[in-house]
Design a protein around this ligand. Structure first.
Ligand SMILES: Cc1cc2nc3c(=O)[nH]c(=O)nc-3n(C[C@H](O)[C@H](O)[C@H](O)COP(=O)(O)OP(=O)(O)OC[C@H]3O[C@@H](n4cnc5c(N)ncnc54)[C@H](O)[C@@H]3O)c2cc1C
Length: 468
């Protein structure tokens, strides 16, 4: 890595190859095809190895990224992956779905003169190609302690992994029939192939983690029963309850929440001829929202056969919370975008189903200091014919567990209140993290919470043993 920084700047940024848009828009095959060895090494060479690396500070789990880049540039791939795995147990997932442009790559020094180093693409390359060569992590001898985990999303999986390494017996309870949380039911396979999540679950099972599917904590089993049977509980039940704007016509057949639409397509195989789960495929599908969830729903609608898919957002393009890469990919596939429109009514056709949607046009004033623009209603409306409307306008935590758990402190939005350093809740031996605590957030933050909670649970159990 002892190259002159001026020479490093001259190395061209390595572009991630993608499947042809015309082909991929009708398949669920993964869109970016991944770096080869040469591209990964060249990209890693671009790292300037800063003294106070902004990438480490901006990474929610503070991975030693310069060290990963150095080892990758030196072809020491397994060691590079080991450095990542110290802080992140799901690198193949995070390399694909982390919003790197607003995290580790945001303030990359190389980005001031050229494109930032593609840290996520290198992480994915290492995880995809060298995970099987990693030495097995050390597992402590069995403690005889039992940990229950509610929810098998990235937070629950991270807590399970770390707790299993401490030698505890871990049982994950999941409401759905497949584990993975949003990684399984939400994010489509063209962004996160199913085999990656399946592989992570397999590894956990190898460490003795048990998965009990179709089990809703707070309904199938009470929190009280869990605490009688287990030494600690981690709640990672996510934020899967969708918001609807409460406008006329939103209960018509053909209107979905993005979560329902994606769950039907991703987990219930809706759209396949043999599936027993129906899904409406509109000639025109309108998706309301501006985030990753809206983009995923739109791209799934296209793949299920919709001829025209339009994303309608009430603000400006610059305000969209979506990852820019996903927006670019969606547009390459032919998805249209419409800005400064807010839905006011969904109109019923003769068939009793959706026939069109009415929007109020909005007006925006850009924020002079670069924040989100301010928007105002105008008197103008716009009507668009469509057969399917999908709302991706936000979600909140599922109350099934929390409303059946006496003494659990919640905030006004229904999120669980925790001590951030430990993820401890108001109930002894009960911990929580991820979207159930923060509201809809990111995979990496949920994982960071899961690991924090596992460490705190382990310490609590050790302290109890010492004091008994
Ligand atoms: C479509 C979509 C796309 C996204 N894209 C990205 C992205 O690109 N990058 C990114 O970083 N983040 C993305 N996110 C956000 C990210 O997926 C979440 O922040 C993350 O998954 C939260 O993890 P979690 O472990 O808290 O919960 P979740 O992943 O939500 O998992 C919670 C699990 O708990 C289960 N559960 C709920 N209640 C109970 C109960 N009472 N008992 C038992 N089980 C229960 C649920 O069935 C679910 O499986 C996306 C979200 C969605 C919906």
């Amino acid at each position: 890595m002892n190259m002159n920084p001026k020479d490093k700047i001259k190395i061209p940024a390595q572009i991630m190859p993608t499947l042809d848009p015309g082909f991929r828009k009708r398949t669920f095959d993964e869109v970016p095809v991944g770096y080869g060895e040469d591209s990964a090494i060249l990209e890693a060479w671009r790292c300037l190895n800063c003294k106070n690396p902004p990438c480490v500070k901006d990474c929610p789990v503070n991975i030693d990224i310069p060290q990963v880049m150095k080892l990758t540039a030196e072809r020491r791939f397994v060691e590079a992956l080991q450095v990542i795995r110290r802080d992140n147990s799901l690198p193949a997932v995070c390399g694909r779905v982390c919003p790197q442009e607003s995290q580790c790559q945001k303030n990359c020094t190389m980005g001031k003169v050229n494109s930032p180093v593609s840290i996520g693409n290198i992480e994915r390359f290492l995880a995809d190609n060298f995970s099987s060569e990693l030495p097995q992590p050390k597992v402590d001898s069995s403690t005889g302690r039992k940990i229950a985990i509610a929810g098998s999303g990235p937070g629950g999986l991270a807590c399970a992994y770390q707790s299993a390494l401490y030698g505890h017996k871990v049982t994950v309870f999941e409401a759905l029939h497949e584990p993975g949380g949003v990684l399984a039911y939400g994010i489509p396979a063209f962004r996160l192939p199913r085999k990656i999540v399946a592989e992570e679950i397999k590894i956990l099972k190898r460490y003795g983690v048990e998965f009990r599917m179709n089990t809703i904590i707070g309904k199938t089993i009470s929190v009280e029963d869990i605490l009688n049977d287990f030494d600690a509980l981690y709640i990672g039940t996510g934020a899967g309850v969708p918001y609807f704007p409460e406008i006329p016509g939103e209960d018509l057949p053909g209107v979905y929440s993005a979560n329902e639409y994606l769950t039907r397509a991703n987990l219930m195989h809706a759209g396949k001829l043999w599936s027993k789960t129906p899904i409406s495929v509109g000639k025109t599908t309108v998706v309301i929202g501006g985030g990753n969830v809206a983009m995923d729903a739109a791209r799934v609608a296209l793949r299920l056969g919709s001829e025209r898919v339009v994303i309608a957002y009430r603000r400006l393009e610059a305000d969209m919370p979506v990852r820019r890469e996903e927006l670019l990919h969606a547009r390459e596939e032919g998805i249209e975008t419409m800005f400064l429109v807010s839905p006011t009514e969904i109109i019923e056709g003769y068939s009793g189903r959706v026939s069109s949607i009415v929007f109020r046009k909005m007006r925006a004033e850009e924020d002079p200091v670069g924040g989100r623009s301010k928007i105002f209603e105008t008197d103008e409306t716009l009507t668009m014919d469509c057969e399917v409307v999908i709302f991706a306008t936000g979600t909140s935590p599922n109350p099934t567990l929390t409303s059946n758990c006496k003494g659990l402190e919640l905030n006004k939005k229904g999120c669980i209140v925790v001590t951030p350093e430990t993820c401890a809740t108001s109930i002894p031996r009960v911990y929580a993290g991820g979207d159930a605590v923060s509201g809809a957030s990111t995979v990496i933050l949920a994982m960071a919470n899961g690991k924090t909670a596992a460490n705190a649970i382990n310490k609590m159990l050790n302290d109890r043993q010492k004091n008994s």
